[in-house]
Design a protein around this ligand. Structure first.
Ligand SMILES: [Zn+2]
Length: 179
């Protein structure tokens, strides 16, 4: 398993939203995201076949084929968009000192926590919930995100990549008492 990066104390760092926008709006990533939406449109078309809205004959097979092809294409485009984004982030330099930014993790802020629809518990500024992937063991995970930082200049970019981190034994004990 990949080693977990250190946790960033965001209060000591300044967020560079302009640099973030430049990274997120990379033409390659945008092109792959457009591909993902095209794939979704194909899924919808396949569903129309499937439910006989477009063609009453031979609908099942056509519908299933078109829906599957659209879903696979869309998923592949999302994966490619993420790869492009990660490659850019891994090579990103600090605008002040030109050193390559380092990957860290950070807790969610209040606004981000409010956006979540799933049940969550907040203890000491940390947000916990049941894991959404099987890669991390439950019953609780610490909900965080990946950020890229320059420690020398105290700046970071936050490309909105969620991350679930395994709870420590102390965190689990506290959750059992307080959640
Ligand atoms: Zn720097």
């Amino acid at each position: 398993m990949e080693e977990e990066p250190p946790i960033l104390d965001r209060n000591a760092y300044e967020r560079l939203t302009a640099l973030e926008r430049r990274v997120l709006r990379s033409p390659a990533a945008i092109a792959w995201m457009i591909g993902a939406y095209v794939g979704l449109a194909v899924v919808v078309m396949g569903a129309l076949f499937l439910f006989g809205v477009i063609s009453p004959e031979d609908v099942q097979l056509k519908g299933i084929l078109v829906t599957t092809a659209g879903a696979l294409f869309s998923a592949a485009c999302v994966v490619m968009a993420q790869l492009v984004l990660r490659r850019r982030l891994a090579r990103l330099n600090c605008p002040n000192c030109r050193t390559t930014l380092a990957r860290r993790v950070a807790d969610l802020d209040e606004v981000e926590r409010a956006r979540s629809l799933s049940k969550q518990v907040v203890i000491a500024g940390r947000c916990y919930r049941a894991p959404t992937s099987e890669a991390v063991e439950g019953p609780w995970v610490r909900v965080m995100k990946e950020v890229w930082v320059c420690e020398q200049c105290r700046i970071f970019v936050d490309p909105l990549i969620p991350l679930e981190r395994q709870c420590t034994a102390e965190e689990l004990a506290r959750l059992r008492r307080e959640a």
